[in-house]
Ligand binder design. Structure first.
Ligand SMILES: *Cc1c(COP(=O)(O)O)cnc(C)c1O
Length: 407
């Protein structure tokens, strides 16, 4: 096994960098993107080789991934995440039954799609001989890093804002991450990590500040295409924080087209944010290339509580190129979708995933998308990591039971 990586490229200037050795960001401070020799890949690997692969989960797309040696692959039993059609709850969105499909990423190790990105980042760190990794996180990236790093025998340090949900910080600690709470925002955590690099010698795997997490998130796009018979939906709603997944999927589609593995129309990409933290939506509405820092970011959907994204221009470019849009929804709309989809379809969404459902409803209401469109929503984590409704009814076994109450 070898990789088809040809080089790294600055996503802003196009400047080339060698793929050997450790890299964070480009000389102009922008993300580095992994480039492949797709000509050679296409001659040596066919789509049916991929279909016949028996590798677990997204590792079936290994030719399109950067890990060169099987022994450097760090795996915790990844799965192909299912596509679950909304049936009984579709009316809550104003959609026809079965037209709105949830790609349920909650089934991945550590209960979130962060597993995809961190599996790749940790595997590449192993390949490159890194001994200590660090990440600033609002929750799910920390536990995914901790799990994969422990599995690889690499030390992981995780810095979280002190309002990070306790379930995330405990989960991170339980999976071997050296976890610390910081009285600040995710940016403050990132600053501490950046400034400590020389002293401690850790390598930061912050969103888009190393090239490989995107490659992991890219597999959502390839997987979706293969699951749909190498076709794609009309619209994708994606809960956008740092935007890794949206950028990654757009990259995946471009690579699949270049390989000739798909020739369908590409989906309209919709960046979904919260009204309490909507820097990308604001930049989209203003027609700007970059997004301004969002002051006083506040939303219960902690995965999309990201006031500044290094890849802002890449998110906005993908949204524009695809003919999509950016849209914000309130926490009230989010909670109502978590409740409704859970109760009517038995699918427990995380708030970020529920935000995509709420955005889909708004888009249908405003005529931004059509009722005949096939729509995919990303449920990016398990709803079990978030506060759940309290059970208030109790039964006293010593007194006569009033069975009317169960009717
Ligand atoms: C990190 C995260 C997001 C945002 O993902 P990006 O690809 O960085 O935009 C969305 N939902 C959940 C649950 C997350 O943990």
């Amino acid at each position: 096994m070898d990789s088809y990586v040809s080089h790294l490229e600055c996503a802003y200037t196009g400047q080339h960098y060698s793929a050997d050795g450790l890299h964070s960001i480009s000389d102009v401070g922008k993300p580095l993107i992994v480039k492949y020799d797709l000509g050679r890949l296409g001659r040596e690997i066919s789509r049916s080789d991929i279909e016949d692969s028996s590798e677990p989960g997204f590792w079936r797309y290994s030719p399109l991934l950067p890990v060169a040696k099987l022994e450097d692959r760090v795996s915790l039993g990844e799965v192909i995440t299912p596509l679950v059609k909304l049936e009984r709850s579709a009316h809550l969105i104003g959609a026809a039954r079965g037209k709105v499909i949830v790609k349920d990423e909650s089934r991945l190790p550590t209960g979130s799609f962060k597993a995809r990105g961190l599996a790749l980042a940790v595997s590449m760190a192993k390949q490159l001989g890194v001994k200590h990794l660090a990440v600033p996180t609002n929750g799910n990236a920390g536990s995914a890093l901790a799990a994969y790093a422990s599995r690889a025998g690499i030390k992981a340090t995780v810095l979280c804002p002190d309002n990070t949900p306790e379930i995330n910080t405990r989960e991170t600690e339980a999976q071997g991450g050296d976890t610390h709470l910081v009285n600040g925002l995710i940016g403050d955590c990132g600053k501490i990590i950046a400034e400590g690099s020389d002293d401690v010698g850790w390598f930061a795997v912050s969103t888009l500040k190393e090239p490989y997490r995107i490659e992991g998130k890219k597999t959502m796009g390839i997987e979706l295409a293969e699951q749909m018979g190498w076709e794609l939906p009309d619209v994708i709603f994606y809960p956008t924080g740092g935007g890794t997944g949206l950028i990654g999927m757009w990259k995946a589609f471009a690579e699949l087209i270049e390989l000739g593995w798909i020739d369908c129309e590409l989906p309209r990409m919709v960046a979904v944010q919260s009204t309490g933290c909507a820097p990308i939506v604001k930049a989209w509405e203003e027609g700007a290339e970059f997004a301004d820092f969002w002051e006083n970011a506040e939303t219960d959907a902690s995965g999309i509580r990201v006031p500044a994204a290094l890849g802002d221009f890449l998110i906005l470019k993908a949204v524009r190129e695809s003919g999509g849009f950016a849209i914000a929804v309130s926490d009230e709309e989010i909670h109502s979708m978590v409740e409704g989809i859970g109760q009517e379809d038995g699918l427990l969404m995380c708030p970020e995933g529920a935000a995509t459902a709420a955005a889909c409803k708004t888009a249908l209401d405003r005529g931004l998308i059509g009722v005949d469109d096939t729509v995919v929503l990303f449920n990016t984590a398990t709803g079990l990591k978030y506060p759940l409704p309290e059970v208030t009814s109790s039964i006293d076994k010593r007194v006569e039971i009033n069975y009317q109450m169960f009717g």
